[in-house]
Design a protein around this ligand. Structure first.
Ligand SMILES: *Cc1c(COP(=O)(O)O)cnc(C)c1O
Length: 385
């Protein structure tokens, strides 16, 4: 069998950066300044500049980043926050652990993002914020969302954990919402070698509160003015992130090129490539296709050494942990249909064109042989060319 193609191959990214990262980590350990030191402070400035926002604050992980924003906005018991059922569980956990009630709105079938036509019907007098998830690397239409939020006096908290560097109308997250949360989980477009997260905002007072909350509500040692938590980014992760940040823009360009090639090669097959919405610059954290006979295709690819993922197989409202919300199958039909059909193909900057060709060829082979799908004659002609 050919060499396996991993879903994400982090070793390929590490090799050329190894020396610089190890030198930086070694300096941190020699200095034994492990938290909120020079590297975290420098990274906060560098990543905020990359995002084009005024304030950036290093956080321990993405889930806590969302939580810190909610706490700083004083959103909790008795308040409602609107988000989507098609997301990683962390979005829902942050809202629920803050004590607020999560209200779900179904997704758009083409982008898999929050269906903005359905947001307003979910707004009640208790609604305090809308939490769009810029899933798979593509931003929600923030112009439209801003209009809706302003009309009802609501805050926008962006879950940008999958969309580092993504843009809407030439602008990144947090410039358009009130605050945005990032994750540096190892497989994200920008990832550390442990846990890491970040919050951004243009609001000075909100930034001050978030900075305090991430470090036990304190600005001066052992004086705790706000009820905070331990959500600090550590110096070793900041070293790794500073080295990698210098490459993020070029890695995102590579991801977009891979997406273009995939799109070309898959064009005549029964899978549906992801839609790039108007005004949105997708950074392809994940390359998610809709595939007939998804499970059989996934197994076939695996048998041929190609590893894929499903993001995510069970929507939030059908997760056992959220059973208390009282939802049932059928409540969010667009999401439920999508989760049975979506498949995330290998996607990372170091992926090669030859690998993408092999993946597309294997998908073609599946539909011609195992898939049992009758090809239209003109498609067959194209394939045999
Ligand atoms: C990764 C992720 C998170 C949480 O980030 P962690 O750093 O793993 O806590 C939140 N939301 C989404 C959509 C994510 O993909």
């Amino acid at each position: 069998m050919d060499t396996p193609i991993q879903f994400v191959d982090l070793k390929k990214q590490y090799a050329p950066l190894k020396e610089e990262i190890l030198t930086g980590i070694s300096e941190v350990l020699d200095g034994m300044h492990l938290f909120l030191g020079d590297n975290v402070q420098a990274f906060e400035k560098e990543f905020a500049a990359f995002c084009g926002v005024k304030h950036g604050i290093g956080i321990s992980d993405g889930t806590s980043a969302l939580h810190v924003i909610l706490r700083a906005m004083e959103i909790g018991p008795g308040d409602e926050v609107i988000t989507v059922p098609n997301t990683f569980i962390a979005t829902a956990e942050a809202i629920t652990m803050a004590g607020a009630s999560m209200v779900l709105v179904d997704i758009d079938p083409a982008t898999y993002l929050m269906d903005l036509d359905r947001v307003e019907e979910k707004i009640t007098p208790k609604t305090k914020a809308i939490m769009p998830v810029h899933l798979y690397g593509q931003m929600v239409n923030m112009d439209r969302l801003r209009e809706i939020a302003d009309r009802h006096g609501l805050r926008i908290i962006e879950d940008t954990c999958q969309a580092h560097g993504a843009e809407f109308n030439g602008k990144q997250a947090a410039g358009l919402g009130d605050a945005a949360a990032y994750s540096f989980y190892f497989s994200k477009n920008l990832g550390g070698y442990g846990e890491g997260g970040f919050v951004t905002t243009n609001d000075d007072e909100l930034a001050r509160k978030m900075r305090m909350i991430r470090d036990h509500g304190s600005e001066r040692r052992y004086c705790h003015d706000l009820l905070g938590m331990n959500a600090r980014l550590d110096e070793i992760q900041a070293v790794v992130l500073r080295v990698k940040l210098k490459h993020l823009a070029e890695w995102n360009i590579a991801r977009r090129q891979h997406a273009e090639l995939y799109r070309k090669l898959l064009a005549d097959l029964p899978v549906t490539a992801p839609l790039e919405a108007e005004s949105a610059r997708h950074v392809y954290h994940l390359f998610v296709v809709r595939a007939p006979e998804r499970d059989a295709l996934q197994a076939y690819l695996k048998d041929h050494g190609i590893f894929t993922g499903i993001h995510y197989p069970i929507p939030i409202h059908l997760q056992t942990a959220f059973g208390f919300m009282g939802h049932k199958a059928g409540d969010f039909p667009v999401t439920e249909r999508a989760v049975g059909e979506i498949l995330s193909l290998p996607m990372f900057a170091e992926l090669t064109d030859a690998e993408i060709v092999r993946i597309a060829d294997t998908i073609r082979e599946f539909y011609l042989t195992k898939g049992g799908i009758q090809q239209a004659p003109e498609t067959m002609a194209k394939i045999s060319n």
